[in-house]
Design a protein around this ligand. Structure first.
Ligand SMILES: [Zn+2]
Length: 172
């Protein structure tokens, strides 16, 4: 009889814990995304300048970024968490001094947030997975495409070339 009571109590405790965990996960989904970039494991993989940009929202000087003139085919990933963000097919020369894309690689790859700093009304773009700061989005992109300009700091990106653009393997 005592055994049954113990088992019952244990079951109740487990159920209660499960419910509490489920509620916690659901309500903290958005803030969890934003916090990932601030975790020590991600931060420690970034340079101090990358931390300033990706965690603090700083901007690299125009015409200085490594990927501004990169015309290779491939995919641009988040420099912090490696989440795929942009396809080289959507990269274009905006003349702004920062790598520019007219679309994200997939819906939700990039998330947006209102940014009213420096007396300007801008829309910040963040990595959809870790919440790292990428740059800003403007509506002066190519009109024959999406009309959007994703203006991105090179230091927030890592580039992975398409395999077909690497050395062509020899076939016998
Ligand atoms: Zn990320």
């Amino acid at each position: 009889m005592i055994n049954h009571q113990v088992v019952l109590c244990l079951l109740c405790a487990m159920l209660f814990t499960a419910c509490t965990l489920a509620q916690g996960e659901a309500s903290s989904e958005v803030s969890e995304t934003k916090r990932m970039i601030d975790s020590d494991s991600i931060k420690s993989s970034l340079s101090s300048f990358q931390q300033e940009v990706m965690c603090g929202g700083a901007t690299e000087a125009p015409f200085t970024g490594a990927y501004l003139y990169n015309k290779k085919e491939g995919v641009y990933h988040c420099a912090a968490c490696n989440h795929p963000l942009f396809d080289s097919d959507t990269k274009y020369d905006s003349g702004s001094g920062w790598p520019s894309f007219y679309d994200q690689i997939a819906e939700g790859s990039v998330i947006t947030k209102a940014d009213n700093s420096y007396g300007m009304k801008r829309t910040e773009i963040l990595c959809g997975q870790c919440g790292g700061h990428l740059g800003h989005i403007f509506n002066d992109g190519p009109r024959n495409k999406t009309g959007q300009r994703y203006c991105v700091n090179s230091v927030s990106l890592s580039f992975e070339p398409t395999k077909s653009t690497l050395d062509i393997p020899e076939f016998e």
